[in-house]
Design a protein around this ligand. Structure first.
Ligand code: NI
Ligand code: MN
Length: 224
């Protein structure tokens, strides 16, 4: 699986001859290395309804005829905008052409504000994706919660993407605790330094992970 980080919580994956993007926040993301027009994508995986995660999903879905995967509420919203979508909910697993996706709990909120009106977008979530023998976990926005232990018990996570920015999500200390629960082989910090309120030094996190932590720069690609 080829994974590229695009700043904030945005990742693009290439696996099983499919192109997937998670939380496609490009417009307004000061850390993004992308332009919306240049992105080619087949599937858009959305963790929750906040603007810094929904991002450019509608435009990208229109440009590429891509399918949006998200909560049932996000899927309905997307379909009402005239694009294709597949709704899921917490605890559910579905096998897509690119691999098997489980939507897992995230301790967070999920509303999307359009023209000053906030729409309910279902529960916030994280995703576990298994494809071609590789398992990754994108936690979305979440606080630490002790049931992360169950993710560690049920899956052998090769690479986990965890928010460390604090203020809106867990900060570094709780993220270190999350790593102990999840027992991922490799851990990448996300959701930091995009805005003033989530400024962090990611090395303060990775140096506490006994060699498992790695800081990806925006635009950097790795093979997992
Ligand atoms: Ni959020
Ligand atoms: Mn966020």
């Amino acid at each position: 699986m080829q994974i590229t980080y695009h700043g904030h919580s945005c990742l693009s994956l290439v696996v099983a001859n499919e192109r997937i993007m998670i939380d496609p926040f490009i417009t307004g993301n000061p850390l993004s290395d992308l332009t919306v027009e240049d992105v080619r994508v087949d599937w858009l995986l959305i963790t929750h309804g906040h603007g810094d995660h929904i991002g450019d999903m509608i435009q990208l879905a229109k440009n590429n005829d891509a399918v949006i995967i998200g909560s049932a509420e996000i899927a309905t919203y997307a379909q009402n905008q005239g694009v294709r979508a597949h709704g899921m909910n917490i605890g559910g697993t579905y096998t897509f052409p690119f691999g098997k996706v489980k939507m897992v709990y995230a301790q967070h909120s999920s509303g999307y504000t359009v023209d000053g009106v906030t729409h309910y977008m279902g529960e916030a979530a994280g995703y576990i994706l298994e494809s071609e023998g590789v398992t990754i976990y994108h936690a979305g926005d979440t606080a630490y919660y002790s049931d992360m232990q169950l993710i560690g018990e049920d899956f052998s996570i090769d690479c986990a993407f965890l928010p460390i920015g604090d203020n809106y999500t867990m900060g570094i200390s709780d993220a270190v605790r999350a790593v102990k629960s999840i027992q991922a082989k490799k851990v990448i910090p996300i959701h930091y330094n995009t805005f003033e309120e989530i400024k962090q030094n990611p090395e303060d996190f990775t140096k506490r992970l006994a060699g498992k932590g790695y800081v990806m720069r925006s635009g950097e690609t790795m093979e997992v």
